[in-house]
Design a protein around this ligand. Structure first.
Ligand code: AMP
Ligand code: GLY
Length: 423
């Protein structure tokens, strides 16, 4: 088989690495890929958002399976376009990619099927939104409807903050058309976890649980980022909780959608808040999580390509996933200054030595290869990943590996996994 992976981050390097282990795969392409994917796949210089060019490429190269990493092409309808041209593609169609593409759509869908989520209201204008906030009290959460690169959510602990959020979205139009509608919802308290599932429209199979660290500084402080690390399994996700997630969230959602004639196929990511009243959905993503995937896939024993084909063909009832019992941890190594401004083009050293350590992998998130050298070309540069007998051992290994790596102004968190380790 020839497989095309769309995207350019650590998640896509990890997907390509896992796909390369499949006996069925002869050749992998990555569009656009990065310095790391270039070692496993042929990088193709087409942006993930250029759906037409990707479609033309897959058709002319006779690609047997395309895997879409990021949300944007999914929301743009890449799956519908590939299917129309007879190409096999892993991911949901446009109408359900909206579960991530529109928070209003996601909340209204959950409300229709009684899926537990924070109480909410939808607004098109600032004044009624502010009245609702005054009436409902604090803390309160304000969310821009559309895709906002993770920046469209404001958890506000005072009225001035909430007012500022409403102003940025509606009046300053910080997110453009993605901010034409706003969801205002109750602030939930608890621990967050990520549950990813494969879904073929009817059958749902959960992957191993994971938790990520979104904040830039140790102790989960400072501004939000695309994710500074993750680990799997997440000890707060017990078997009993998984059952609740299945019966209260996944079954009603997937069967409710299916009864409306909408089949969700692909991987669905459920961002959960585990509250005293049970699990509640914070958000859906219609793709693999980044960096959760880099902590989950090294534990998966199955051939990922087989699982993806079964997902597309509606045979997930015949699949059972098998997991390495060891723990896995992923630490993001970033350019100093991220998520604010940072410098690029720094030469990276020590990658070979880091990868020589046992059960350790380095997935590239933003690197460029020039000659024999790798250079930084983004905020989150590398994802260093280790397996260990338990999370403690995995953590020791991953930080030993990171110590071998160096580039100017490199930054990483030293405490990935702290919440799980302090239980
Ligand atoms: P979202 O993109 O909707 O997942 O929001 C990003 C982050 O904002 C989540 O990971 C949570 O930390 C936080 N968040 C979102 N919604 C809520 C809520 N209703 N209550 C508390 N925190 C929330
Ligand atoms: N780790 C969060 C995300 O993939 O959106």
């Amino acid at each position: 088989m020839k497989v095309l992976v769309i995207g350019s981050g650590g998640r896509e390097h990890c997907l390509a690495w896992k796909i390369a282990q499949s006996d069925r795969v002869k050749k992998i392409f990555c569009a656009p890929g990065n310095g790391g994917t270039g070692g496993l796949a042929k990088n193709i210089n087409i942006a993930g958002s250029d759906v037409k060019a990707l479609c033309d490429f897959a058709k002319s190269e006779k690609i047997d399976l395309t895997i879409v990493g990021p949300e944007l092409p999914l929301v743009q309808g890449i799956v519908d376009q590939f299917e129309r041209r007879g190409l096999k593609v892993f991911g949901p169609r446009e109408q359900l990619a909206l579960l991530e593409g529109s928070k209003v759509f996601a909340k209204e869908t959950m409300a229709r099927f009684n899926v537990p989520t924070a109480e909410f209201a939808v607004f098109n204008h600032p004044e009624p939104a502010l009245n609702y906030i005054r009436k409902n009290g604090l803390p309160i959460v304000v969310k821009a409807d559309g895709l906002a690169s993770g920046k469209g959510v404001y958890v506000s602990s005072n009225f001035t903050e909430a007012e500022q959020a409403i102003k940025e979205i509606f009046i300053d139009q910080r997110f453009g058309p993605a901010g034409e509608q706003v969801v205002v919802e109750k602030c939930l308290a608890g621990e967050e976890a990520s549950i990813l599932v494969f879904c073929d429209g009817n059958n749902v199979i959960p992957l191993a649980s994971a938790q990520d660290h979104k904040r830039i500084f140790d102790g989960d402080s400072g501004p939000n980022t695309g994710g500074m690390g993750a680990y799997s399994p997440a000890p707060c996700v017990s078997a009993a909780l998984e059952q609740k997630v299945n019966s209260q969230i996944l079954q009603p959602l997937v069967h409710g959608l299916s009864a409306e004639g909408k089949k969700y196929t692909g991987v669905l990511y459920i961002g959960l808040m585990i509250t005293e009243a049970g699990p509640k959905v914070l958000e859906f993503n219609v793709r693999f999580g980044d960096p959760e995937t880099q902590a989950i896939l090294p534990r998966l024993k199955n051939d990922l390509v087989e699982v993806m084909l079964a997902t597309i063909e509606g045979h997930l009832d015949r699949v059972s996933l098998s997991w390495d019992s060891r723990a896995c941890i992923c630490v993001a190594v970033a350019s100093g200054g991220y998520p604010g401004g940072y410098e690029q083009g720094k030469k990276i050293s020590g990658l070979d030595q880091a990868e020589k350590l046992p059960d350790t992998f380095v997935f590239h998130a933003a690197t460029k290869k020039e000659g024999d050298n790798y250079f930084t070309c983004g905020g989150r540069v590398l994802n260093v990943v280790s397996l260990g007998a338990d999370l403690k051992q995995a953590k020791e290994r991953v930080y030993q590996a990171i110590e071998k790596i160096n580039f100017a102004k490199m930054y990483y968190r030293k405490d990935i996994g702290w919440r799980a380790l302090s239980r």
